[in-house]
Structures are given as structure tokens and as C-alpha cells.
Design a protein around this ligand. Structure first.
Ligand SMILES: NC(=O)c1ccc[n+]([C@@H]2O[C@H](COP(=O)([O-])OP(=O)(O)OC[C@H]3O[C@@H](n4cnc5c(N)ncnc54)[C@H](OP(=O)(O)O)[C@@H]3O)[C@@H](O)[C@H]2O)c1
Length: 196
């Protein structure tokens, strides 16, 4: 059975990714506070230690990371850095360090988001992070010759809207995003941004 490392397995999207893929993959779950292994992916030294422990794997999916939601006036400079360290560099850490331990032919899929292309008020930090990560994915794809790397860019999950007490009628069920992660790690393309 192929080995899949899933960072963010308890989240709205990650839990659906786990549900969808666990029949076909040995899923190794990683979160800060639960799962097979506990890790803050922003911590590069701890990430290196974890991959040493896990050893070879065939796919890595990250459905994790924080970025501040709020207006410009509500953003301090450290708020930007928190998101850059977590959602952007955290996922970059997983790819940069993970690829040294990955089996030949391994697939990587990271999470960005619609705010990269479609700005809304309050989303400036996350939009910047998402766009940066998408640029990283395109650049990395040029160099990761025997592996693939792609981004999944969710719009707004129905379940997340419900958790936020919003009208969820325009939301996309998280399972539809999960299907994109499966497609991304299985279809052999690289440097793509998948949308639904
Ligand atoms: N849901 C949406 O509508 C939506 C829309 C656009 C983009 N996205 C993006 O899609 C990804 C998943 O979103 P989600 O809504 O499913 O998130 P979520 O429900 O908040 O879950 C996040 C998951 O990641 C883990 N995690 C968070 N930070 C981590 C870190 N630094 N290191 C390791 N694990 C960490 C959490 O577990 P612990 O707390 O135990 O660490 C949890 O399992 C995120 O990058 C998000 O920005 C989501």
C-alpha cells in the first residue's frame, strides 16, 4: 500500500481527504495537537526530525496552516509574519524537507485558496500567502523532476461557512475539494493549481 503523509487531517478539508483516501493509502496523520505524529510545520528542525522518523513515503498532502483574517487596520506587521511562517513557510518546509525523504515518483499537494486571484476585504494576508505559495509550486515543479507538486485552491467550504454561522448555500462541500487533492496526487501533472 502506498504511504501518504497528511498534515491537517482533523480539519474541515483534511478530514474529508483522509476519509476519501484511507482505503487506498496508508495514511500517516500529522497535526499540531493530535494524529500519528504531532508537529508544527512552521518548525523546520522538528519537520526534519519527523521525516527522519517516517522514512520513505509516496505522497504528501498539506491541508493546514494559519493566516490572519482582518482588515488592513486590524493587521500588525507581526500578524503578516505569523501567516507567512505558518501557512506559507510551513507548507514550503514540508515540501523542501519532505522531498529529501520521499520515494522516487512521489506526489506533493499543498493548500492555497481563492483569495490569491479573487481579493475580498479582510483577505489581504491570506491572498498574499496563497499567491506566494502558488508561485513556489510553479517554480518547484520545474526542478522536482522525478516527483510532482501541485496546489489545491479551495473556494469556500460549506462546512466552514456553517462553522462561521454564515449562509452556506453558495459553499462547496469539502468532499469536492478532497477529490481535487486525490486527482492532484494521482494524475501525474505538476505545477498546476486545481480549483473547483
Ligand atoms: N475551509 C475553507 O473554506 C478554505 C478555503 C480556502 C482555503 N483553505 C485552506 O485549506 C487548508 C485547510 O483548511 P481547513 O478549513 O480544512 O482548516 P481547518 O479546519 O482549520 O484545519 C486545519 C488543520 O491543520 C492542522 N494544522 C493547522 N496548523 C498547523 C500547523 N502549523 N502544523 C501542523 N498542522 C497544523 C490542524 O490541526 P491542529 O490544530 O491540531 O494543528 C487541522 O487538522 C488551509 O490551508 C486553508 O487556508 C480553506
Amino acid at each position: 500500500m502506498k504511504k501518504l503523509v497528511l498534515v491537517g487531517s482533523t480539519g474541515v478539508i483534511g478530514s474529508k481527504v483522509k476519509e476519501l483516501l484511507e482505503a487506498e493509502y496508508e495514511v500517516i496523520t500529522v497535526n499540531r495537537s493530535s494524529g500519528d505524529h504531532q508537529l508544527d510545520m512552521a518548525d523546520a528542525a522538528a519537520t526534519e526530525k519527523l521525516f527522519k522518523k517516517i522514512g520513505g513515503f509516496d505522497a504528501l498532502i498539506t491541508t493546514s496552516g494559519y493566516g490572519k483574517w482582518g482588515s488592513m487596520d486590524e493587521h500588525s506587521i507581526p500578524d503578516f509574519h505569523d501567516g507567512l511562517n505558518s501557512k506559507l513557510m510551513g507548507q514550503v518546509n514540508m515540501v523542501m524537507i519532505g522531498r529529501k525523504y520521499a520515494n522516487p515518483g512521489a506526489s506533493f499537494a499543498v493548500s492555497t485558496g481563492i483569495l490569491a486571484q479573487h481579493p475580498v476585504k479582510g483577505g489581504l494576508s491570506l491572498g498574499m500567502i496563497n499567491a506566494g505559495l502558488e508561485a513556489f509550486v510553479r517554480g518547484a515543479a520545474l526542478e522536482m523532476k522525478n516527483m510532482t507538486i501541485n496546489a489545491i485552491s479551495p473556494s469556500f467550504a460549506k462546512e466552514t461557512m456553517e462553522l462561521m454561522g454564515m449562509d452556506s448555500s453558495a459553499g462547496v462541500p469539502a468532499i469536492e475539494f478532497a477529490k481535487l487533492y486525490k486527482q492532484a496526487i494521482e494524475e501525474g501533472k505538476s505545477g498546476e493549481v486545481y480549483h473547483v
